[in-house]
Design a protein around this ligand. Structure first.
Ligand SMILES: [Mg+2]
Length: 165
């Protein structure tokens, strides 16, 4: 169960306290793309996302995109944003995480994503620090993702109940 619970939860990536992450030793942020940075239907980084990336770098953290989506979509977005990327990552499998974090201690790595069964589960398995954010655009999702969502809602419910004291 622990593997499905994020360390932090926010409505949006813009609510994340980046300075706090840096102060606790985090140096690399591996972020999901679709429905985490922008909706599925947005092909290029928005001004807000460009600011987010600049803020990460200014504070001293590297931002890298890790996505299960295909090369053309991820490449175009990441190159425009000026960050490294890994497409068709097959999250939550460990292989691409390992490749991207070779030079880092697991304690230095942050995962950001909107899906518990790929982003959060995958990150927790690697002992990274995991941050769940709300889905940006629910309507355009594929069926498979919708199915995941169904189970996620259950987990989030449990998480919220656990969080209530
Ligand atoms: Mg996503």
């Amino acid at each position: 169960m622990r593997l499905f619970i994020p360390h932090e939860y926010h409505k949006s990536i813009h609510d994340i306290d980046l300075v706090k992450l840096y102060d606790s030793g985090k140096r690399l942020i591996l972020t999901d793309l679709d429905n985490t940075l922008v909706g599925y239907d947005i092909s290029l980084p928005t001004a807000e996302i460009i600011l987010f990336k600049e803020k990460c770098e200014k504070i001293g953290m590297k931002l890298v995109i890790i996505s299960n989506n295909k090369e053309p979509r991820v490449k175009m977005f990441a190159e425009k944003l000026g960050v490294e990327y890994h497409s068709s990552a097959k999250k939550p499998l460990k292989r691409s995480y390992k490749r991207l974090t070779r030079d880092y201690n697991p304690n230095d790595v942050v995962i950001i994503g909107d899906q518990i069964f790929t982003d959060i589960f995958g990150g927790n398995r690697m002992n990274f620090y995991t941050i769940l954010v709300d889905v940006i655009n629910y309507n355009n999702e594929l069926f498979k993702t919708r199915l995941n969502r169904f189970f996620e809602k259950i987990v989030v419910k449990i998480f919220k109940i656990k969080g209530e004291k």
